[in-house]
Ligand binder design. Structure first.
Ligand code: LMG
Ligand code: NDP
Ligand code: PMR
Length: 399
């Protein structure tokens, strides 16, 4: 499939350069599936990404050309982007689990156009159809958070789409509890922190300007956190515990060569790397709040949606775990929540007029009412938040 998508590349390139996305492919089909207009440009960007795996040199020249031909100072880039009718929300990792359930809930509200920012275009298209999302309510755009080049390409594509950005939801994540050795992102960062934290960190910073330009009355940047990154809870005390230490591994670039792949500089542990990445997500939200809330009015929030024990997050766990984890959470901890319910919770953080407070970590009680939760000491450490921000900035900007 990827190869066939890549075969579309030449037309994709010329279309992008001429700025007429989709025009000449109006009646195209892929494997007999008709492609709606609004998804074509995004399939092309997906094709661009696939092509990169075959020839990264060629893509860089494509990107350079696209950047060169893009207008830099036109009146439209200076004007505030107008939200007409529906709000526009970008959700990363909307092809399954919480992201998909949130996309569905927002689509059903009739108030949102959802940009599903996903690494697997066809999976996302099938997922949207499977939950019955009407095609005028969403657009799929390619985004692989494990590649900073892909993050930048996504932001370029989004800007070219001319849509305003009203809400950004950083939801995608990977969890590698059984990996013995680390794996790495395209730029050589340990995969969990590289994807869950660094990819989203760059994306949010690049998209902040887009959000500033929107005239939507309640703009929000939301990052999904978790209880397991918070050591002030029982769940956060199940070993291995999150701990960023003195950040020496992060400072060293998490590459496993001349530095540890772990933020605290210790030996690789996949479950810990995930929990550490969630601590970074929660710290990043607070640092955004401190730096930008007052000037921009944007709401910065994080949340723990409940234990959604059935999602793809546990795909790499051993089969016994996957079998026992849902009943364990349902009947013993009672922390279980369905994908649908969790999606409604995140949709509230996106859209509910009562959840506009910035700098908050939301959780829900047993009656499914939201409340402001307390983060652990490390996940609310302002000094650490600033350091994580500054080091992360150096890492993503140097590439
Ligand atoms: C680490 O292990 C791994 O090393 C690491 O690789 C990574 O996976 C990481 O956080 C992820 O976990 C942590 C360790 C916790 O793992 C465990 O959770 C081991 C649990 C072993 C329990 C096996 C008992 C099996 C009995 C079956 C009973 C079936 C009941 C199902 C529900 C039926 C509902 C009607 O290590 C610790 O912290 C020590 C754990 C101490 C155990 C406390 C026991 C609490 C009671 C819960 C029992 C139910 C267990 C279900 C297991 C589901 C998986 C969580
Ligand atoms: P899923 O695995 O179902 O969803 C994760 C999504 O992230 C998938 O759509 C996946 O894409 C996407 N993704 C992974 N890597 C990348 C990448 N490199 N680029 C772009 N997208 C990527 O898990 P959940 O729905 O459970 O997780 C969603 C969020 O909820 C995560 O932030 C997780 O930390 C958080 N969370 C989950 C809890 C739970 O109990 N499940 C509890 C607390 C927080 P693809 O479909 O292509 O695989
Ligand atoms: Mg945990 C109130 C108890 C509670 C809650 C809410 C969770 C949520 N977990 C709880 C308790 C326990 N868990 C206990 C007592 C154990 C030992 C048996 C336990 C074990 C456990 C494991 C092995 N739990 C896990 C794992 C995972 O691999 C999951 C993980 O840590 O992923 C990083 C996980 C989770 N428990 C949760 C939640 C929400 C997870 C999913 C992780 C997340 O996204 O943060």
């Amino acid at each position: 499939m990827a190869l066939q998508a890549a075969a579309l590349l030449p037309s994709a390139v010329s279309i992008h350069k001429e700025g007429k996305s989709g025009a000449s492919l109006k009646d195209s089909t892929l494997f007999g599936v008709s492609l709606s207009d609004h998804v074509k440009a995004d399939l092309l960007s997906s094709a661009l990404k696939t092509k990169r795996e075959f020839s990264s040199r060629k893509l860089s020249s494509v990107r350079v050309q696209a950047v060169v031909t893009a207008p830099t100072f036109t009146p439209s880039t200076v004007q505030r982007k107008k939200t007409l009718g529906k709000g526009t929300v970008v959700i990363t990792g909307a092809s399954s689990g919480l992201g998909l359930a949130t996309a569905k809930a927002l689509a059903e509200s009739g108030k949102w156009h959802i940009i599903m920012a996903c690494r697997d275009f066809l999976k996302a298209e099938k997922a949207a159809k499977s939950v019955g999302m009407a095609k005028e309510n969403y657009t799929i755009m390619h985004l692989d958070l494990a590649s900073l080049e892909s993050v930048r390409q996504f932001v370029d594509n989004f800007k070219r789409s001319g849509r305003p950005l009203d809400v950004l939801v950083c939801n995608a994540a990977v969890y590698q509890p059984t990996a013995r050795e680390p794996s790495f992102t395209a730029e050589g960062f340990e995969l969990s922190v590289g994807t869950n934290h660094l990819g989203h960190f760059l994306l949010s910073r690049l998209l902040l300007d887009e959000m500033k330009q929107s005239d939507y009355p309640s703009k929000r940047l939301i990052i999904v956190g978790s209880i397991t990154g918070n050591t002030n809870t029982l769940a956060g005390n199940v070993p291995p515990k999150a701990n960023l230490g003195d950040l020496r591994g992060l400072q060293g670039g998490l590459n496993g060569l001349n530095s540890s792949p772990m933020i605290d500089g210790a030996d690789f542990d996949g479950a810990k790397a995930y929990k550490d990445s969630k601590v970074c997500n929660m710290l990043t939200m607070q640092e955004f709040h401190r730096r930008y809330h007052e000037d921009t009015g944007i709401t910065f929030a994080s949340l723990y949606p409940g234990c959604i024990a059935t999602t793809g997050l546990f795909r790499e766990h051993i089969p016994l775990f996957r079998l026992l984890f849902p009943p364990f959470q349902k009947f013993i901890t009672k922390g279980y929540v369905s994908e649908e319910e969790a999606g409604k919770r995140l949709a509230q953080v996106v859209s509910d007029p009562s959840l506009t407070k910035s700098g908050v970590y939301w959780s829900w009680n047993k009656a499914s009412a939201s409340f402001e939760n307390q983060l652990s000491q490390e996940a609310s450490d302002a000094d650490k938040a600033r350091k994580v921000w500054e080091i992360s900035e150096k890492l993503v900007d140097s590439l």
